[in-house]
Write a protein that binds this ligand. Structure first.
Ligand code: AMP
Length: 125
């Protein structure tokens, strides 16, 4: 079933279950707004996911309905993760997939953070 990235939010999605502590994750960062953990199927030497703690289906949902404090807190968290992992000097890439054409698989908004090698072209294929 393709992911639409639009509400309603599915509280049984895998990241909702990680947030509730029902399944484990390799946590790298947590604050009031956000949780960051290693991707289970890394596409680069460093591949971390940063997710908001509140339930948003996608970037579309988050950008339209999250509060200003929450959006700021989340974006700062992405930057803090990169800083704490020591990625700033060599650089990194952030990416958010939205909906079917974006390739979104998990219907809880998340930002991918890739690093650890030259990352090549922006869009494969
Ligand atoms: P997306 O295609 O943007 O929705 O990306 C979803 C990402 O979640 C993929 O890179 C998966 O490898 C990752 N993923 C799925 N399940 C888990 C999990 N239990 N722990 C960590 N990452 C996961």
């Amino acid at each position: 079933m393709p992911i639409s990235g639009l509400p309603p939010y599915d509280p049984q999605n895998i990241f909702a279950r990680i947030l509730r502590g029902e399944i484990p994750c390799k946590k790298v960062f947590e604050d009031e707004w956000s949780l960051a953990f290693h991707d289970i199927n890394p596409q680069a030497p460093i591949h971390v996911l940063v997710i908001p703690k509140r339930p948003y289906c996608s970037f579309t949902d988050f950008s339209a309905t999250a509060g200003a404090d929450e959006i700021a807190g989340f974006m700062r968290a992405v930057g803090k993760v990169a800083k704490e992992l020591g990625l700033e000097a060599a650089g990194y890439r952030i990416l958010a997939n939205m909906g079917e054409h974006g390739g979104q698989e998990v219907p809880h908004f998340h930002v991918h953070l890739f690093a650890g090698r030259l990352l090549g072209r922006m869009i494969a294929g």
